[in-house]
Design a protein around this ligand. Sequence first.
Ligand code: PBG
Ligand code: ZN
Length: 324
Amino acid sequence: MDLLHRPRRLRKNDAIRDAVAETRLHPAQFIQPYFVKPGSGYRDPIAAMPGICHFTTDTLVKDVEAGLQLGLDKVLLFGVKEPKSEEGEAAWSERSVVPGAVRALKQAFGSDLYVITDVCLCAYTTHGHCGLVHDHEVVNDASVERLTRMALAHAQAGADMVAPSDMMDGRVGAIRRHLDAQGFTGTALMSYAAKFASAYYGPFREAAGSAPGFGDRRSYQMDPRNGREALREALLDEQEGADVLMVKPALAYLDVLARLRARTDLPLACYNVSAEYSLVKTAAAAGLVDERRMTLENLHAFARAGADLIITYHGREVLEQRWL
Ligand code: PBG
Ligand code: ZN
């Protein structure tokens, strides 16, 4: 055949494939989520998320230390609180589990570890919603006020970055102003900017005990049918002072990530959420797919679509197994 263009020439072997690869993954991009409970001496596997555990502060510090040795130097902390309360006051208490864990991690590792905290009420409220509930409705402005207190408690404990995941309107600006007013101008803010009302959070809600007790989250999280609105949400958060914008979930929303990449110069993050993780793990355990190849394919897709930072439960294992 008289063919001028033969793209296969550049796929001949690893040497040339690696040379022309357009995306590369680096451990510095990975953020490892952790679920932290009150108490001590506890490290309990989460059935819905094979390989992921609940930790107490002491076992968390040990596990993070092992991760650090592999180059995993960014963590995202979720508090798991029992018993819960109607307004979720524990969420903004400095004596609560997340501020305690942040202090312990900072004492152990200082600036070798970058500590990010999830800011949201759903793991602390009896109704399991991400804000306060008045007359069966999740109210916006009163919720934002509580979230600013929660972010401050985390900043005071030493968090490097706070990450509000509630999707209330105006919370990024309110948190930024509150932190600045209290002298925490250097605490960074990563906004869950386009967070969709997704079925892919199922395993997480079991892990965090944060499933809504009535209704669902569609009055505050985004409608999966909308892409333009996701850009609007994200650009509002940029205007309100977010340092990093996140799209969540990741796999089903790569179009949003790619479109947002073209609209902002801020760093972008994506959250490779719990069911995205558990689907890979269970399919691999059933012998249906090659776990290493599928995991790397997904992670490269995030980078290709425009993610700088990747929040993923796979991070630790990828580095442990030296898959990169
Ligand atoms: C809570 C929160 C959720 C996740 C992160 N923060 C669940 C939800 O909104 O119900 C999901 C993470 C995951 O599924 O891995 N605001
Ligand atoms: Zn929430």
